[in-house]
Design a binder for this molecule. Structure first.
Ligand code: SAH
Length: 405
């Protein structure tokens, strides 16, 4: 027997709009529900609304699996959702596995599977289970992933993944009362470095220790889009394993300074430049970007183009103002380092900084840098990171390509 939750009067509206989150403040009454249970959700009049994963430990007390009354939360349900997500990816024309074999296969709420993220790296899948509801269906989800043919086709045997690895080492699990978890979920353990292909360029990805699930897949389209602007002397700030720089070096024969605070990330960046035959085009600087950009300014050093891809500075509304100042300072410094008519390719992956605020920040940075500047292109997240229209929170990455006079 499954439990029930009843919403307060007037709190059903987001569910009519198919938003999958139910906050504690919306709930009037809970019957027979334990954390992790799949529950029936009713409005104040007792009308059925949805079927959801319940977890009283989280501020988001329930996350909707389905708005269809006859849809049970079983293996068939997960299979349907996963097949649907794969079908969305197979329509992307560029997904030709000889030139691209790494992308996000399942993007959680935006693919109608709250708390479930699955990325593909060649013949391996890397999964994250971010919520209790997802965690408790892990075995079923892994079984579906292990047994269904993956689309677009894998080059490996039998059109199936060789292994599925877990990277549920993320802070959000704490809010759900879950411990971090990593390791092999099914099949073979991935090698320490998986070689992937992205737009005909090759990268080593450390799916066991790298950031996120190993690679910033959300930036793929932006690496392509930035290419026309990354020529000459390029500063790749927040380089991680070098991706933007490898594109510029290989495709434009640019000379790239890769800057990151992580020595191990830059070690892998060095291997990635070598893997693409452009090791002679690259330098590496292990340093804090704020300090290093100031140091470059002090030396009078300039660049023809700068990629600026910092980590998420805004972790809550509480630090929005401070983080905004951080983005502004960085962009001001970068603009000051650009040679005349140089290009700044700048990003924010903080969900709480929307596109409008981000543009205002870059504008303030240009004012403080005393550079006239123009927006050449606006960028977002790659198409394998869709944003559910019902779930605007899924939009987090934005970028601007700016030309500084
Ligand atoms: N552009 C990269 C992804 C960047 S992720 C790509 O396309 O793959 C952000 C990077 O910023 C991480 O590698 C992290 O190590 C680095 N980082 C975080 N804080 C930093 C700081 N203060 N100075 C320099 N690098 C920093």
């Amino acid at each position: 027997m499954s439990g029930n939750i009843y919403l307060k009067r007037g709190k059903e509206k987001p569910l009519f709009h198919r938003h999958p989150w139910i906050f504690s403040g919306a709930i009037a009454r809970v019957e027979n529900a334990n954390d992790g249970d799949t529950v029936e959700v009713y409005d104040a009049q007792g009308q059925w609304l949805a079927r959801a994963a319940y977890n009283a430990r989280s501020q988001i007390v329930a996350r909707v699996w389905t708005f269809e009354r006859d849809e049970e939360i079983d293996r068939e349900f997960f299979q349907g959702r996963i097949e649907n997500a794969m079908a969305a990816r197979s329509t992307f024309q560029r997904f030709n596995v000889s030139t691209l074999n790494a992308y996000r296969l399942v993007n959680a709420e935006s693919d109608f599977l709250p708390g479930v993220v699955v990325d593909r790296y060649g013949d391996f899948l890397v999964a994250q289970f971010l919520t209790l509801g997802a965690e408790l269906h892990k075995e079923m989800i892994v079984d579906v992933l292990a047994t269904s043919p993956l689309t677009p086709l894998l080059q490996g045997e039998g059109n199936r993944a060789r292994g599925i690895y877990e990277r549920s080492d993320v802070d959000v699990r704490k809010k759900e009362g879950l411990k971090q978890a990593t390791g092999v979920l099914w099949g073979e353990a991935p090698p320490d470095k998986i070689e992937i292909v992205e737009n005909d360029l090759h990268f080593f990805v450390d799916v066991k220790r790298g950031h996120k699930t190993g690679f910033y897949l959300d930036q793929r389209v932006n690496r392509e889009r930035a290419l026309p602007y990354l020529h000459g002397e390029v500063l790749n700030a927040f380089a991680y394993t070098g991706a933007f720089g490898v594109y510029a070096a290989k495709m434009n024969n640019a000379r790239v300074v890769n800057l990151d605070v992580s020595a191990s990330a830059l070690e892998l960046a060095r291997e990635n430049f070598a893997l693409n035959g452009v090791e002679a085009n690259a330098e590496y600087v292990v340093a804090d970007a704020f300090e290093q950009l100031r140091a470059f300014r002090g030396q009078g050093r300039t660049f023809d183009a700068i990629a600026l891809d910092p980590p998420k500075f805004v972790t809550s509304r509480g630090n929005l103002e401070r983080a905004t100042r951080g983005y502004k300072d960085l962009n001001m410094l970068a603009l000051q380092l650009l040679s005349p008519n140089g290009f700044l390719v700048t990003f924010s992956c903080s969900g709480l900084v929307d596109a409008k605020l981000f543009q205002q920040i870059i504008f303030s940075a240009a004012v403080d840098a005393k550079r006239d500047a123009q927006i050449i292109e606006k960028l977002g997240q790659s198409p394998d990171h869709p944003v559910g229209l019902h779930f605007p929170e899924g939009e987090y990455l934005k970028g601007l390509i700016v030309r500084a006079l």
